[in-house]
Design a protein around this ligand. Structure first.
Ligand code: NAP
Ligand code: G4F
Length: 342
């Protein structure tokens, strides 16, 4: 029997890798996309099939997490076996500029999804994209039972979503799971997150089209993993017999400065010659250190991250150098996903 999945945030970094993974597993994949005045589907264009063709396995639907009635209609119509709620205003710094919008989409949007499933009365497993940002000021290592102490409107909205997901599980017996994911990156990472901002700059500096890179706090510690491995963990967390929440992380923390140094070294450059400080990239409250303990996921799901830190920096720099050399190169050429097929 073909399984059907519904992915919100399919045009994002994780959504695009997850769509690839599920299509390889034989799923029929439905994705929610936002109408925009310019194309916003570059990460999934290589997966797109003309709906007039036979045997089409991926379908896109216009909608928005702020529009509950649209979500309810889509859920009832598609009747998916699995829902992956990945859509969010996902940028921590931006959430300080747009706290209300972030609360509406990243927080209430989850409730709209959960309620749409409940009211449709369908038997669906739900994955909620929770985050290590919920731990905020709680010191590392952070695991499933570490207290939350969010330090941004984004973190606070995700804590609300986390508890709503648990509440729907406990109140209505729904199969609803929080994946508490630590930072994960890739060549498809949004260009304003620090890793990709750095690796794109390295490629341009090496090519001579950029000379300086402006950054904020270099002392923060993050547990950076590789996104294709994390979407495999998302899928595995919905295959368990009973719903429960999982931390996914590498267990290795490095500073922004260490990632920076590794990325510049990968191109034979010294970051000290190019990086400048700009206070606009500081946050009113910072999360100093996130290092995850993913032993529950390893024990129960057999999931373990293999790529982190300097290797990740090298992989992203190489991809950005290639991308600069071959503008228009399709996304799926950039990484090998084969090792993560289950
Ligand atoms: P991302 O690249 O920023 O993608 C976000 C997705 O959400 C995009 O498809 C975006 O659509 C969509 N979206 C934004 N606002 C929406 C709205 N109002 N209605 C419908 N869709 C909307 O994020 P990501 O890195 O793939 O992360 C996926 C999820 O995991 C997010 O919920 C994020 O908060 C969470 N998370 C990420 C990490 C990480 O390190 N990457 C770690 C923990 C948790 P457009 O393309 O149209 O903008
Ligand atoms: O790359 P970042 O913006 O990621 P951040 O804030 O850790 O959030 C990401 O990971 C979360 C999981 O923990 C996700 F939930 C969230 O959706 C997102 O994917 O910043 C990382 C660190 C921060 O400490 C920041 O202050 O890098 C520091 N930083 C220093 N200079 C910078 C910059 N961050 C950005 N974006 N831009 C800078 O110029």
């Amino acid at each position: 029997m073909t399984k059907t999945a519904f992915i919100t945030g399919i045009t994002g970094q994780d959504g695009s890798y997850l769509a690839e993974l599920l299509l390889r597993k034989g799923y029929e994949v439905h994705g929610l996309i936002r109408r925009a005045s310019t194309f916003n589907t570059s990460r999934i264009d290589h997966l797109y099939e003309d709906p007039h063709d036979r045997g089409v396995k991926m379908f896109l639907h216009y909608g928005d997490l702020s529009d509950g009635s649209r979500l309810a209609g889509l859920l009832a119509e598609i009747n998916p076996d699995e829902v992956y709620n990945l859509a969010a205003q996902s940028h921590v710094r931006v959430s300080f500029d747009e706290p209300e919008h972030t609360g509406d989409v990243t927080g209430l949007g989850t409730t709209r999804m959960l309620e749409a499933v409940r009211r449709a009365g369908i038997d669906t497993r739900i994955y909620q994209a929770s985050t290590s940002e919920m731990f905020g000021a709680s010191p590392p290592p952070q695991a499933e039972d570490t207290p939350f102490y969010p330090r941004s409107p984004y973190g606070a909205a995700k804590v609300y979503s986390y508890w709503m997901t648990r509440n729907y599980r406990e109140a209505y017996g729904m199969y609803a799971v929080n994946g508490i994911l630590f930072n994960h990156e890739s060549p498809r990472r949004g260009e304003t997150f620090v890793t990709r901002k750095i690796t794109r700059a390295v490629a341009r500096i090496q090519a001579g089209t950029q000379h300086e890179l402006y950054l904020g706090n270099l002392d923060a510690i993050r547990d950076w993993g590789y996104a294709p491995e994390y979407v495999e963990g998302m899928w595995r967390s919905l295959q368990a017999d009973a719903p429960t929440d999982y931390v996914l992380a590498t267990g290795v923390g490095i500073t922004v400065e260490e990632f920076l140094a590794g990325a510049f070294e990968a191109a034979g450059l010294d970051w000290h010659n190019h990086v400048k400080f700009d206070e606009r990239y500081l946050r009113p409250t910072e999360v100093d250190a996130l290092i995850g303990d993913a032993s529950k996921a390893e024990r129960e799901l057999g999931w373990k991250a293999t790529v982190h830190g300097p290797e990740l920096a090298r992989l992203m720099v190489e991809s950005d150098i290639q991308e600069l050399a071959h503008e228009g190169r399709p996304w799926h050429d950039s990484v090998s996903l084969a090792s993560w097929e289950a």
